[in-house]
Design a protein around this ligand. Structure first.
Ligand code: HEM
Length: 525
């Protein structure tokens, strides 16, 4: 008793604990029970939400449920995702699906968790999204998270008045007068390309790979227009930006999976993902290369150095007060270089592949080029068959797969009410190949079709490669100038042939890339 009492007095807390023990245990059990009930409640609520999202909403509730939705190979959880990922080039699949409902304004695709994505399927729907109701559509934050690290957080993610103000400054740089200033530099690059390819052969007619040189030449032109410097990747084996862009734009399957995973997870930079860490390092190096040029130009502008006639994108951005700080300039320049690099280089590869296989087309082009007096830009720009050829390459081999957008408000498109937050995938490559627009021979390569366009094929929206409206590709004029000048130089110097089987497609890929490296036999023309 004494001991117990003295113990209680010495340790009052212990005494309380001992006397309340059953109550405490009961309270603990009750609270554990409550927690379990709560967990069960949340689990059931989540389960119901999943059942609703997977089996009820898309088929019985969604206002978009009446739109044509492909049914084959549809998975209850992943929707069409497996089919989409296993197809070599998504636009070809969209085109197949579109055949069953050619006049429907949209196709509806169900993806992971049966989430809905709309594909505009007619020229009218396309025009409304790109032009008349364009302000209602924005690039998604998800696309920004997934892509901006590689391609630069640039113009594609600016919206509304902000986009208009920035675009007004940048548009001036791609006006015809400004573009003329690029002609001598692009011509010099095209000549350097021809010399480099010729030097790869031990004797004329040797099969040489051309891809790396084409990619490097295009990147050099990108550097000239964006930053006013010839980075001369073409003349050098050590080409940091070329290596970085090739790696970041062509990830391995593992790289694709890791990138996709981290896009959807926070703290991406701290995750122990090998391919992703390497990718993060490369993206940082690309930015540091560009940053040096931005800083040098900022110092020059601060010293009062004025823009030249052939002002580049960098100069315009550094001079435009209040629109870009220097880190944003780095992002925008990276964006210009990456967007212009892959798309234009892929197109050039397909153009040369076509010429090497179609001697009839090559001969007609050469004839037209030989009839020019001095191969000036004015003559090249006027060349009718060259224009038709280039358009047909860009139509049939449209390098852009799809462009994701999101409805920023409820909006009616071609009689369909598209609710706010709906995801759209715009697919220029599908529009370019629709038989309802281009006729039954839509998939054939025929440059002369451009002389006999009828019906919808005559609409600006039928040739969707660069899109149209306020977000039309800002680099369109540069691309056409560069492609035409390089083709003129190559065709006037070389007769091109190839022994390769028809090229396959690289999978997975963001742009329409050949799987194999193109080899050409070059003979003196
Ligand atoms: C074959 C070559 C090219 C193709 C097929 C192409 C295609 C496109 C397309 C379809 C868009 C519109 C995206 C949208 O609707 O939001 C676009 C936008 C853009 N392109 Fe290109 N492009 C090419 C070359 C270039 C070049 C050389 C540059 C750089 C000088 C460039 C820079 C951009 C930029 C910055 C945008 C965003 C424009 C904006 O949102 O206002 N592109 N491109």
């Amino acid at each position: 008793m004494t001991v117990s009492s003295s113990s209680s007095m010495d340790h009052p807390q212990l005494a309380t604990t001992n006397s309340d023990l059953p109550t405490t245990i009961l309270a603990t059990v009750a609270s554990t029970h409550n927690i379990l009930l709560l967990v069960l409640f949340f689990f059931l609520a989540y389960l119901l939400k999943c059942i609703y999202a997977l089996f009820i909403y898309p088929y019985h509730v969604s206002p978009l449920r009446h739109l044509p939705t492909p049914k084959e190979n549809h998975h209850w959880l992943l929707g069409q995702m497996i089919t989409l990922l296993s197809t070599p080039w998504m636009p070809y699949l969209y085109r197949e699906w579109s055949r069953d409902c050619p006049d429907a304004p949209f196709l509806r695709i169900l993806k992971i968790g049966q989430s809905e994505t709309l594909i505009p399927n007619t020229i009218t729907a396309y025009r409304e999204v790109l032009q008349t109701k364009n302000d209602c559509f924005v690039k998604s934050e998800e696309s920004r998270n997934g892509a901006a690290m590689v391609i630069g957080d640039g113009l594609p993610w600016a919206h509304g008045d902000d986009h208009r103000a920035r675009r007004a400054v940048l548009n001036k740089l791609f006006a015809p007068q400004r573009m003329k200033a690029c002609v001598p530099k692009i011509k010099a690059k095209a000549e350097q390309l021809c010399r480099t390819l010729a030097a790869k052969q031990s004797v004329p007619g040797d099969a040489v790979t051309v891809e790396t040189e084409l990619w490097k030449a295009v990147l050099d032109v990108g550097g000239i227009k964006s930053m006013g410097v010839d980075l001369d990747h073409l003349g050098s084996d050590a080409s940091p930006l070329h290596e970085i862009f090739s790696a970041t734009m062509r990830p391995s399957i593992r790289g694709h999976i890791e990138r996709w995973t981290v896009t959807h997870l926070p703290f991406k930079q701290y995750l122990p993902l090998e391919a992703f860490s390497e990718f993060v390092r490369k993206c940082a190096t690309a930015r540091s290369v560009i940053r040096k040029h931005v800083q040098a130009r900022r110092r020059a502008v601060n010293r009062g150095e004025k823009a030249r006639d052939d002002a580049d994108v960098l100069q315009a951005m550094v001079e435009a007060t209040g629109l870009w700080d220097d880190e944003q300039v780095v992002e925008y320049i990276l964006n210009f270089m990456v967007l212009g690099h892959d798309t234009t280089a892929c197109t050039l590869v397909w153009a040369l592949d076509t010429l090497a296989r179609r001697q009839d087309i090559q001969d007609r082009l050469r004839k037209e080029i030989n009839e020019m007096e001095e191969q000036s830009w004015a003559e090249i720009d006027r060349a009718h068959f060259l224009e038709n050829f280039m358009r047909e390459v860009l139509r049939v081999h449209c390098p852009v797969g799809w462009i994701p957008m999101v409805a920023a408000c409820d909006v009616e498109i071609s009689g369909v009410l598209v609710p706010k937050n709906t995801t759209l995938n715009l697919c220029p490559a599908m529009v370019n190949l629709k038989p309802e627009i281009w006729g039954p021979d839509a998939e054939e390569f025929d440059p002369d079709r451009w002389d006999r366009l009828e019906g919808e094929a005559g609409s600006a929206y039928a040739f969707a490669t660069f899109h149209n409206g306020p977000r039309v590709c800002i680099g369109k004029a540069l691309t056409l100038m560069e492609l035409k000048m390089v083709i003129v130089e190559l065709v006037s110097q070389f007769k091109m042939e190839t022994d390769m089987e028809p090229l396959g497609l690289e999978t997975p890929s963001f742009t329409l890339k050949p799987k194999q490296t193109l080899q050409l036999r070059l003979f003196d023309a």
